[in-house]
Each structure stands twice: as C-alpha cells, then as structure tokens.
Design a protein around this ligand. Structure first.
Ligand code: KG4
Ligand code: ZN
Length: 332
C-alpha cells in the first residue's frame, strides 16, 4: 500500500496529510486565519514565516496520528503553485529536503488540481467530467476527459468568486474571510436587492465579478451617505444569489457544450451552502452524478494534494530535485 505524505503551504493554511492510494489516513490543517484576520486579508510575509514555524511540528503530528514513521512513507508530494511565492517555497523546500534525505520520489502538485482531486477521496468519479473550481484566487470551469488532463472552458476576467465575497464583507466591516460570514448572514435576509448578473458575450464561459462587487459597494456607500440603515443580511442574500445564479448558469452552459458524465465542484467557495444546493439541483436536472467535497475539504488542505499526487505516483511522474515554486502555475 503506497503512502504519500503531502504538504500544502500555498496561502494561509499550513497543511500536511498522509494519503494511501487515494484514501485519507491523516489530515492536519493549521489555519493562520486568526493571525491575518486583524489585517483584513492575508499578509504574504507573515504567512511564509508562520508556515516555517508550523510545518515541521505538523509533519510529526501527521505521522504520529496514524502511528507511522518515515520507513512507512513511499513518496513526498507538495503544492508548487499557484500561490504566494514565499509561502509556496516553504513547502517546496521542505518536501525537496525530505525526498532527498529519505531517497523517496518527489511529486509536484498543482494547487487547483488538488482542489479538484479532493473529490476523488470519496472514490472514483465518472469521466468525462465538468468541474466548477471556485476559490479565493480562481473561478474556472474545467473539463476533464480523463485523469490529470485539464481543459479550461472558462475563467474569471477580473475578481475570483471568493475574492468578491472577501472584499464585500470587508467593505461592510465584517470579519475575514468573508465567504463563510456572508453564507451564514444570508439566511437572515432576503435577496430583495437587484444586483447585476454579468454574463459577458453570448456563449462565453468566462466570468466577471467586479461589476457585481462595485454595485454592492455603491449600494453600501449610498446607504451610508444618506444615513440609511444598512441591511447587511439582505445585501448578503442578494449578493450571494447573484453569484450563485451566474455560477450555476455558466456551469449549465458548460454541460450543454461538453455533455459530461458527471459534475464536480471544488475550492473554498464550494463550501457555500447556497451554491452547493444550486449545483446539486442543476446536476439532478441534467441527470448527472454530482460530487462536492465535504466543506472542510473544500478549503485549503493537504489531503487534496495527496489525492492528486496518487495518479502522478502511479504514472511515475516524479518531479526533479530542481523543482521550484511557480506562483502563476496554470492548470491546462
Ligand atoms: O480554496 P481556498 O481555501 O483558498 C484558495 O485557494 O484561494 O478558498 C478560500 C476562499 C475565501 O475567499 C473564502 O471566503 C471562501 O473561499 N469561502 C467561502 C466559504 N467558505 C470559504 N465562500 C463562500 N461561502 C463559504 N461558506
Ligand atoms: Zn485553495
């Protein structure tokens, strides 16, 4: 049974997991959210330093949690992009050093592939598939004909979905990260405010959320200027409805175009309860099987990196010892 120790340090979670042939044995996440919250967003330099402090103890904790030692580990996997370069480098350097010292293969995993493969921890999926990947830095519609083969059907031209959640929450004085806060708040309000749903040119599978973000900010600004009460719950519900409408509509278009066998969703925003419901309904309507990871595996973790490393390991796709962090690494 091949066991992979996986490391993820691309943003503000230090994470280590042990995955045995696609099955999760240990999943350790040390979140830095509390440290960055007072700045209203991730401070890259602080993130790197925090990864340095946290990573080695977390690796020991992961091994201890399943009573394993280094002889039981067959390969090291690490996220080498996309992400914050300093943060990525901590994970990449650590994985390289371990692979060299232990003489075990090193596997380089794309963070976005990791998000998608979080879905594979629940068992094999049906190909071809369409996956909506929505995170703090990315909004992409991905088509996969087979394992580890990614075609980008559409992506955001400006803000990512999660970024829009975070920026709007921050503008309203709500805590970071804004996504989970707005998700909860929306239950106390109604989607009564008319915010735009940007669909771009006819047939485009790209996204744009900056117009929506500006419309929400203008509304907040107007209320403040006129000294009107700010109904944050209605704003949250209306903003979220607009985001979900666009994401579901574009995913429906991608399904029509590619006729997949299954529909997947991944990334931090996939933890959003309203979006999960909308996508599940879409899959039912189209007669497709639907997969989304449990919320804890939607946000950044290393289990997903171990899951994406498994097909690389099987195919013998080892990374060279010269592996570098690539902040803008693409998927297709
Ligand atoms: O995938 P992720 O953990 O990190 C990146 O790779 O970017 O995604 C983080 C993003 C943040 O923007 C956060 O606000 C958003 O995911 N998020 C949510 C929810 N939980 C996390 N957005 C909407 N609703 C949620 N429940
Ligand atoms: Zn992520």
């Amino acid at each position: 049974m091949a066991r992979i120790l996986a490391i993820e340090t691309s943003c503000d979670e230090t994470a280590v997991a042990i995955v045995a042939e696609g099955k999760l044995l240990s999943n350790q996440v040390a979140s830095q959210i509390d440290i960055h919250a007072r700045f209203g967003g991730v401070v890259p330099e602080i993130a790197s330093r925090q990864h340095l402090l946290t990573l080695n103890p977390l690796i020991r904790k992961a091994l201890a949690s399943c009573q394993l030692g280094w002889p039981d580990i067959d390969a090291l996997a690490v996220t080498n992009g996309p992400g914050l370069v300093g943060a990525l480098l901590v994970g990449v350097s650590t994985a390289k050093a371990l692979a060299w010292a232990l003489n075990k293969p090193l596997l380089a995993v794309n963070h976005m592939a990791g998000h998608i493969y979080a879905n594979m921890l629940a068992g094999p999926v049906e190909f071809p598939l369409v996956c909506l990947v929505v995170s703090g830095g990315h909004t992409e519609l991905i088509y996969m004909e087979r394992d580890m083969e990614f075609t980008t059907l559409g992506q955001t031209r400006d803000d990512a979905a999660g970024e829009a959640f975070d920026k709007i929450a921050r503008f309203m004085g709500l805590p970071y990260p804004g996504g989970p806060v707005l998700d909860k708040l929306a239950y106390q309000g109604s989607p009564v405010l008319e915010f735009p749903r940007t669909m771009l040119e006819e047939g485009s599978l790209d996204f744009s959320f900056s117009g929506l973000k500006t419309a929400v900010m203008n509304h907040v600004h107007n209320c403040r200027q006129k000294d009107l009460p700010l109904n944050t719950a209605d704003i949250a519900a209306s903003f979220q409805r607009a985001v979900v409408d666009v994401l579901v509509e574009k995913t429906a278009m991608a399904i029509e175009r590619t006729k997949p066998a299954s529909l997947l969703m991944a990334g931090g925003v996939a933890a959003n309860s309203h979006l999960r419901r909308g996508m599940k309904e879409l899959a039912q309507e189209k007669g497709l099987s639907f997969r989304v990871p449990p919320p804890a595996l939607c946000t950044d973790n290393a289990a997903m990196i171990g899951a994406a490393a498994w097909p690389l390991y099987k195919a013998g796709r080892k990374a060279p010892s010269s592996l570098n962090a690539l902040p803008n690494l693409g998927l297709s």
